[in-house]
Design a protein around this ligand. Structure first.
Ligand SMILES: [Zn+2]
Length: 387
């Protein structure tokens, strides 16, 4: 048994009183939390102790695309870049990149990941059980006639992942799936955790509102054909969210251009939603951040993601937090840390095991030495894993 104290202890929701001592088994399970202790052998940590970070949105299978795609080109050119480069690598290169990316997450104090996968490239690494995963098997495809086949293939992939950890099938984005695919994936999400890329750029809303804009270029390049998108006259989220009506909960990813009216609409639907922000990926792709203070004001449950190494320089939740603090310095640190821990655990259905310092949980434990109360994290603050 180990007895731990620190200058500051954050439990996933709040800072614990001074002099709190955590009793932790060798394997990392918390067995007691006391404010007074008679134990002599308490080990004191400088700075902040907290549960391990949870990355609610990643694409491990794209790790080999690190530094491949230019920054700040906008989403459409970014997606065209992914399409152009993703198969230019050997299986060995892809596997090595996946291993390195996972190791980077481990070193950066991440204990669990919501990971988007199209295929089985990341399976072998995930099976090693070094991190906890929920794999979201992603369906993409605009041709109505191919929907059934594509969804069946994704179901098989998801069933293979599910032999080692939780998995569900999800839609890539509202603009990249046919209506048949949306119906089939929705039908297969009953009581499951779902996820979708939402409102990542203005062009997405333009496509839904007027059927015009940059996305037509994407369709032409990918489908090699003229494609007539049936626009709705409404923003993206107000066009599709009602149709996702059987999932237990949905992680909406990015929300870079989501407005007050969009959130009000989503809140009227009485769904269990998690709003995932990936600040460094947004800066990489669009050089724009979501309106996080607005989300907070509207009561959105926020979680944090890194997105993939195709659109980020690191898989590092602390780096995402630093970016948020730089742009929105008035947001309380407790709020941001809860997004990266207990909220994200709830988003991935892992709140009974990780995400907070609670008796019986094995949440991982990390130290951030360079932390001073009331101050944003120092630029050079880093994470050290304790468990
Ligand atoms: Zn993504």
């Amino acid at each position: 048994m180990h007895f731990l104290s620190a200058d500051f202890i954050f439990d996933g929701q709040q800072f614990l009183p001074n002099h709190t001592v955590l009793s932790v088994q060798e394997d990392g399970v918390i067995v007691d939390i006391q404010t007074q202790t008679t134990h002599q052998e308490v080990q004191h940590y400088r700075g902040l102790l907290m549960p391990g970070f949870i990355n609610a949105h990643c694409h491990l299978e794209l790790s080999h695309l690190k530094n491949c795609i230019p920054e700040r080109t906008g989403l459409v050119d970014f997606l065209l870049g992914i399409n152009q480069f993703r198969n230019n690598f050997s299986d060995e290169q892809k596997q090595r990149a996946i291993q390195d990316a996972e190791q980077m997450m481990l070193v950066n104090g991440i204990v669990a990941v919501g990971d988007i996968s199209n295929g089985l490239d990341s399976l072998e690494q995930k099976k090693k059980g070094r991190l906890a995963y929920h794999t979201f098997v992603e369906c993409v495809g605009l041709k109505e006639e191919n929907a059934m086949e594509r969804v069946e293939m994704s179901k098989q992939i998801s069933a293979t992942f599910a032999l080692s950890h939780p998995s569900s099938i999800v839609l890539h984005a509202p603009y990249s799936v046919s209506s048949a695919m949306m119906e089939l994936v929705n039908a297969g999400s009953e009581n499951k955790i779902s996820s979708i890329h939402n409102q990542e750029c203005d062009a997405e809303n333009e496509l839904f509102i007027s059927g015009t804009g940059d996305f037509l270029k994407l369709f032409l390049a990918i489908l090699n054909d003229t494609y007539f998108f049936t626009h709705t006259g409404k923003t993206s989220i107000t066009s599709y969210l009602e149709k996702l009506n059987v999932a237990a909960q949905i992680i909406l990813v990015h929300n870079t251009v989501t407005t007050s009216a969009d959130i009000d609409f989503a809140n009227t639907l009485d769904k269990k939603l998690f709003w995932c922000v990936c600040p460094n990926a947004n800066v990489y792709i669009e050089n724009k951040l979501p309106n996080i203070p607005l989300m907070m004001e509207k009561g959105c449950k926020i979680v944090l993601g890194t997105d993939s190494l195709a659109s980020n320089h690191a898989l590092d939740i602390l780096a995402e937090i630093k970016t948020i603090q730089k742009h929105f310095p008035s947001i309380a640190i407790e709020q941001i840390l809860s997004w990266a821990t207990i909220h994200a655990a709830q988003a991935l259905g892992m709140e009974n095991e990780i995400g907070s310092l609670a008796i019986g949980k094995k949440p991982g434990m990390i130290q951030i030495e360079k932390y001073t109360t009331g101050q944003p994290f120092a630029e050079d603050a880093t994470v050290k894993r304790i468990y």
